[in-house]
Design a protein around this ligand. Structure first.
Ligand code: SAH
Length: 420
């Protein structure tokens, strides 16, 4: 989502004849797009701002947009008085007002909902992977999560607007469409005539668009995985056989305290249904270890579920107490050393499963999407249908989508060669 927001901001500046620079000391405007989901991300923003303040040209404008802006609000100006703007994740379209009046200070952390989508200029050329946001905010109040505070209550974008964005992306070069939402499979929009639309309808609308070869969506909440959506994995070959569906914990007690009230059996049933619809589907997850009150036995249940589902790729985090969340004030906060030990143990198991899956891909042929050259320029980086990174020797006129035979694998990536 932040990548998408960043692309829109860059397009807005490009429309004002600005060009990108890597050099902070050369920039006329410096914008940090920020994430507040864990404390470490927020801390990094303020140390980066300290560095930028010293390195930038005296008259260069600088500021923050996104969730840290929303979380810090006016306090950001107290911490870094030279800041020019602090704009929440739903107000970065107000940036032009500052460019027109550079001597002012701009603070806007309102939850304006969908306004930004209409006010920002469109990208004239789509990246190969077009991120298409379909909702803002989230209505699942997971007790650890700051997102309902920073991005607000869940609002689904009008179906016609999303389809229009898909058409525009396809016409300007998109090969893959990635639908985005904090609770993406909870998408629900009813138009003026009373027609109700779900994510499955958006997939059905995007699939026939010329040039579109792959479709995916992220991130899914387990119990929003309705049968119409599961069925799309059976009927729509462009939908990639890969799904990020975070479980967070394998302990029913912890899930209850996280306010994620689903039965583990139900979660496993959903995965079984998905596998029946699409036998080659693979799942990835996010995990939080060291949630308040998590016992050794709770943690062992997380280890068990990770091994049982065989997630091919996961993100795991130490629980980080966040302002405005219920879990931050729960008793029985877990010591950092315990969190670190549990995280290392879980990561070791997840890495092993990932390495095994990557190795099982050797000798398989897959249609992969080109991301561009690696740092050396001697290789091309492709993404498999499972979003694994696959490195191929650079070749002239390499296609954007190529049939690749996997020749080697390790935990982090694959190597391959063009077929034919
Ligand atoms: N709705 C999004 C949430 C984005 S946050 C999603 O489902 O992916 C991405 C991940 O960060 C979450 O899945 C969770 O595993 C982790 N996370 C969120 N809040 C956290 C916190 N307070 N401490 C540690 N990890 C957290």
């Amino acid at each position: 989502m932040n990548v998408y927001d960043g692309q829109r901001i860059a397009a807005m500046l490009a429309a004002r004849e600005m060009t990108e620079t890597d050099d902070v000391s050369d920039a006329d405007i410096i914008i940090l797009n920020t994430c507040a989901v864990r404390a470490k991300a927020t801390d990094k923003v303020f140390s980066a701002l300290g560095r930028i303040r010293r390195a930038k040209k005296p008259d260069a404008l600088f500021g923050i947009v996104g969730c840290v802006a929303r979380e810090a609000g006016a306090d950001a100006f107290r911490r870094i008085p030279e800041l020019n703007f602090v704009l929440g994740p739903q107000s970065y379209h107000k940036l032009p007002a500052l460019l027109e009046n550079p001597d002012s200070k701009l603070l806007n952390i309102d939850l304006g909902g969908l306004e930004k989508f209409d006010e920002m200029p469109r990208m004239s050329v789509s990246p190969a992977v077009a991120y298409i946001p379909i909702q803002e905010g989230c209505n699942h109040c997971c007790t650890y999560c700051i997102v309902p505070y920073t991005r607000g209550r869940e609002i689904s974008r009008p179906y016609a607007d999303v389809v229009r964005d898909c058409v525009h992306a396809a016409e300007t070069g998109a090969i893959e469409i990635c639908f985005l939402g904090q609770n993406v499979n909870g998408y629900q929009y009813t138009d003026d005539e009373g027609h109700a639309f779900r994510l499955s309808d958006l997939i059905r609308a995007a699939a026939p668009l010329p040039g579109v070869r792959r479709i995916r969506f992220t991130s899914s909440y387990p119990t929003e995985m309705t049968d119409d959506l599961i069925d799309m994995f059976r009927t729509e070959p462009k939908l990639l056989p890969f799904l990020n569906m975070p479980i967070q914990s394998g302990s029913p007690n912890v899930l209850t305290r996280m306010n994620r009230p689903y039965e583990l059996n139900l979660y496993i049933d959903i995965i079984d249904k998905l596998r029946r619809a699409r036998p080659d589907i693979q799942i990835s997850s996010d995990f939080i270890v060291g949630f308040p009150g998590e016992t050794d036995a709770d943690f062992e249940q997380t280890m068990e579920i990770a091994k049982r589902i065989k997630y091919i790729n996961s993100y795991s985090f130490k629980y980080s107490p966040r302002p405005h969340t219920a879990a931050a004030v729960m008793p029985d906060q877990i010591q950092e050393t315990v969190k670190a030990t549990r995280l290392a143990k879980l990561d070791a198991a997840l890495n092993e499963i990932q390495r095994e899956f990557n190795e099982s891909c050797i000798n398989r042929e897959m249609d992969c999407l080109c991301e561009g050259p690696d740092k050396t320029g001697r290789h091309l980086v492709y993404r498999t249908p499972y979003m694994q990174q696959c490195i191929v020797a650079a070749a002239p006129h390499a296609p954007a989508i190529a049939r690749i035979r996997i020749t080697a694998a390790n935990k982090a990536s694959l190597r391959g060669e063009f077929v034919g």
